[in-house]
Design a protein around this ligand. Structure first.
Ligand SMILES: *[C@@H]1O[C@H](CO)[C@@H](O)[C@H](O)[C@H]1NC(C)=O
Ligand SMILES: *[C@@H]1O[C@H](CO)[C@@H](O)[C@H](O)[C@H]1NC(C)=O
Ligand SMILES: *[C@@H]1O[C@H](CO)[C@@H](O)[C@H](O)[C@H]1NC(C)=O
Ligand SMILES: *[C@@H]1O[C@H](CO)[C@@H](O)[C@H](O)[C@H]1NC(C)=O
Ligand SMILES: *[C@@H]1O[C@H](CO)[C@@H](O)[C@H](O)[C@H]1NC(C)=O
Ligand SMILES: *[C@@H]1O[C@H](CO)[C@@H](O)[C@H](O)[C@H]1NC(C)=O
Ligand SMILES: *[C@@H]1O[C@H](CO)[C@@H](O)[C@H](O)[C@H]1NC(C)=O
Ligand SMILES: *[C@@H]1O[C@H](CO)[C@@H](O)[C@H](O)[C@H]1NC(C)=O
Ligand SMILES: *[C@@H]1O[C@H](CO)[C@@H](O)[C@H](O)[C@H]1NC(C)=O
Ligand SMILES: *[C@@H]1O[C@H](CO)[C@@H](O)[C@H](O)[C@H]1NC(C)=O
Length: 665
């Protein structure tokens, strides 16, 4: 059934049926996804020239005289193929042209750019010539537009258009785009709920159908998105508008969001991206810097950090999917990739990795014993080692491998601290020769436990505040930039060491801006901004001062979604068939949420009553065949689990467990 009303949001309340979770819950109001795969514009943004707008049962009817212009607003980020019915007085020639924009500030007669040019007129408008005097038109497949909120129609002759719709391209094969498999809700803070759902929706717009990658060499003027994205689809890509490609660093963040918000759809999209990276793995063991059809892929670029990110993403995929057959089938390739790291660590006695392939997330500098690289290597080694040992405890070849990898990781960690820690600033340096204290290396070191004491971790967490301005941290390693990717790692890092209030403050500051600034889509998260909040991200560092090139729906910016679920609600997969429930309330008094893994559904929540934590109730509902740890942060004079006195942390067996504490602080 195709949706045919001008305002989709208005009719949402008519639909209650849910597959994932019970009906009509308070968090559903925060879901940004359209109800139907075919959506009509929600409102008119602007009209100029001689145009009249009426509506019929199929939505807006535009009567446009030559030279007029109408800009329509879909209300949220969408992406796909535009269709409409038309009548025209003349046949032949270009009747209308179509321009697409993500940001309200680029609603104009030409589109956002998907190639960077300082004068911002790379893509221009799609010229449309009607085949008949009247009929219906659908944008050609090759002109697929993956991310936009606004459509501007320029009339070049007198025309009448009706039944204007966008056939959504993302998440192919999912009928109900609003039927999420995960959720999060706190009654205490609407902004946090909106941010969780903006992350979830951003990643949804990044789950792409086949043959919608950016065609190279890029078409100019115009655009073509008809290139193959990988070995199978749907596939997780970096951004809705562009690059529309597989990028491993991005998956390290967007993959988690995909698992926690979209369950098996997220898992499939990540597996297809990982399978693509395996397909192109070099015989040396190295994973490509990026997926196919990217300039980086064609030039054979390699990256030490993105290689490690691929391994980390494999670990995250494995513990959320429980896909042992897949893991087993890839194990020899994984081993090759890990051995490439351990070989690099044996370059000298320190056991640190000398960064020789500094290609990375766009930061400057790099090289030497780079702290971000070594923190990523540490996590790759320890996480893959734990998988080998936990999944195949009786295979001595694999457990021995695992021990060797863990030993290399511990040696790395010792040197990391002796060579890179700068106690006078309370931060790690970028490498052994510089005084730069990067945000990426420090956030990653804190997140992946390169610190050796609680005091050091606390000092690092506090020292990172020195980068913050009123909307977020200015990244020392990429001047004039606030990076929601790296700041997202920082959010997770503060949460990992228990600094919930600090983390929530950063989420509200940066993600509040990303969601509510009038420059943005109001529904999805931008890839980056400048220190003053403008869209001139990477102005001199690759994007040629082309603010319309910046992607406004980039899954790598979605860290708060996993942070709120895994750390604030506190329900997290921590290894093979293992989980932890460790709430971190910060200034909240209540939260609940859940997600679906290959092992089944996880659900949980907590509530503090009577003001200062005098009474606490927490509950989880977890699959059989897993075991976990419950670490409640409250000290109570009496505590029970399912009605019986309880003081432990280990929980085995599935089902619902309710914890009640009295006299807590
Ligand atoms: C447009 O053309 C269709 C025939 O294709 C016709 O039914 C319709 O009435 C026309 N609409 C207008 C407003 O001229
Ligand atoms: C309106 O557009 C939709 C989507 O392109 C199409 O399926 C439907 O047939 C159109 N309706 C009319 C009356 O043309
Ligand atoms: C559309 O046509 C106009 C006028 O001929 C031209 O300037 C513009 O570059 C064309 N757009 C594209 C994308 O080819
Ligand atoms: C994709 O689009 C480009 C540019 O228009 C074109 O050259 C190419 O043949 C198309 N590829 C496919 C597979 O259609
Ligand atoms: C594999 O890696 C080696 C060493 O970095 C490089 O010389 C070679 O070109 C790569 N091969 C492919 C197919 O990328
Ligand atoms: C790191 O690699 C670079 C480039 O190969 C080399 O010049 C430098 O000496 C190496 N540094 C160390 C400490 O091994
Ligand atoms: C150390 O880091 C700085 C800043 O990233 C960089 O400019 C410098 O080249 C690096 N040193 C080495 C030896 O690679
Ligand atoms: C144990 O691991 C090795 C190395 O990965 C593998 O070749 C072998 O097939 C495994 N043995 C069993 C019984 O799975
Ligand atoms: C972090 O590493 C320290 C040792 O340096 C260890 O004592 C601690 O348990 C680790 N923390 C976690 C959460 O693994
Ligand atoms: C914001 O920063 C950008 C990039 O540095 C700069 O071009 C722009 O002028 C600044 N805008 C304001 C209002 O200061």
């Amino acid at each position: 059934m195709i949706f045919r009303y001008p305002c989709p949001i208005f009719f949402l309340s008519l639909f209650f049926v849910r597959r994932g979770w019970a009906s009509s819950q308070p968090w559903e109001q925060y879901v940004y996804s359209p109800k139907f795969r075919s959506v009509a514009p929600a409102s008119v943004k602007s009209i100029s020239g001689d145009a009249v707008i009426l509506s019929d049962e199929d939505g807006y009817v535009l009567s446009m005289n030559s030279g007029s212009q109408v800009s329509l607003d879909f209300g949220v980020e969408v992406g796909g193929l535009i269709s409409f019915s038309y009548n025209s007085t003349v046949s032949g020639g270009t009747q209308v042209s179509l321009a697409y924009a993500e940001s309200p500030s680029f609603v104009r007669s030409i589109s956002d750019d998907t190639g960077p040019l300082p004068n911002m007129d790379y893509d221009r408008a799609l010229n449309v010539t009607f085949a008949e005097r009247s009929g219906s038109y659908t944008v050609p497949r090759a002109n697929f537009r993956g991310g936009f909120r606004f459509l501007t129609i320029n009339a070049l002759q007198d025309v009448m258009l009706s039944n204007i719709t966008c056939e959504i391209g993302f998440l192919p094969a999912q009928g109900d785009l609003r039927d999420y498999q995960g959720y999060f809700y706190t009654p205490n803070d609407k902004l946090l709920n909106r941010i969780w759902y903006a992350g979830a929706y951003t990643v949804q717009t990044n789950i792409a159908p086949q043959n919608t990658g950016r065609f190279l060499p890029q078409v100019k003027p115009g655009w073509a998105y008809n290139a193959s994205l990988g070995v199978s689809t749907p596939i997780l890509i970096d951004g809705a508008k562009r690059d529309r490609a597989v990028w491993p660093g991005d998956i390290g963040m967007s993959g988690l969001t995909g698992f926690l918000a979209h369950g098996d759809i997220g898992l499939t999209a990540v597996r297809n991206a990982l399978d693509t990276l395996f397909y192109y793995q070099n015989s040396t063991g190295q994973f490509p810097f990026a997926g196919p059809d990217t300039a980086s892929f064609h030039s054979g670029s390699q990256s030490n950090t993105y290689h490690a990110w691929t391994l980390i993403s494999i670990y995250y995929y494995a513990i959320h999917s429980g896909d042992e057959a897949w893991l087993n089938s890839k194990w020899e390739n994984i081993k090759l990739a890990v051995d490439l790291i351990t070989a690099a660590l044996h370059g000298d006695d320190l056991g640190l990795h000398n960064q020789t392939q500094p290609n990375d997330w766009a930061r400057q500098g790099g090289g030497g014993y780079n702290s971000a690289l070594n923190a990523l290597d540490y996590q790759a080694l320890t996480s893959i080692a734990s998988l080998g040992a936990e999944v195949w405890p009786r295979n001595s070849t694999r457990t021995k491998q695992a021990s060797a990898w863990s030993a290399a990781a511990e040696r790395l960690k010792a040197s990391f601290n002796s060579i890179l820690w700068d106690s006078s600033s309370g931060l790690y340096r970028d490498n052994q020769t510089t005084s730069l204290h990067p945000q990426d290396g420090n956030a990653l070191a804190l997140l992946f436990n390169l610190t050796t004491s609680a005091a050091q971790a606390s000092s690092l967490s506090r020292s990172l505040l020195r980068n913050w301005n009123s909307i977020g941290p200015i990244t020392p390693e990429l001047p004039d930039t606030i990076s929601p990717f790296i700041s997202g790692l920082e959010v997770l890092a503060h949460l990992t060491v228990g600094e919930a209030s600090r983390a929530l403050e950063l989420v509200r500051r940066t993600w509040g801006y990303l969601l509510d600034s009038p420059l943005m889509t109001g529904s999805t998260l931008a890839e980056g901004i400048t220190a003053n909040g403008s869209l001139y991200y990477r102005s001199t560092a690759g994007y040629a001062y082309d603010a319309s090139y910046t992607s406004l729906s980039h899954g790598w910016s979605s860290a708060p979604t996993s942070g709120l679920t895994n750390k604030v609600l506190g329900l997290e997969m921590t290894g093979w068939k293992t989980w932890r429930f460790a709430p971190l309330a910060g200034d909240l008094s209540e939260a609940r949420g859940g997600f679906r893994t290959g092992f089944g559904k996880f659900d949980g929540g907590w509530k503090i009553t009577n003001g200062k934590a005098t009474s606490v109730e927490a509950w989880i509902d977890i699959p059989q065949a897993t075991s976990g740890e419950v670490v409640l942060p409250w000290k109570c004079t009496s505590a029970t689990m399912n009605g019986r006195a309880w003081s432990g942390t280990k929980v085995t067996g599935g089902g619902r467990k309710t914890f009640v504490g009295h006299g807590c602080m």
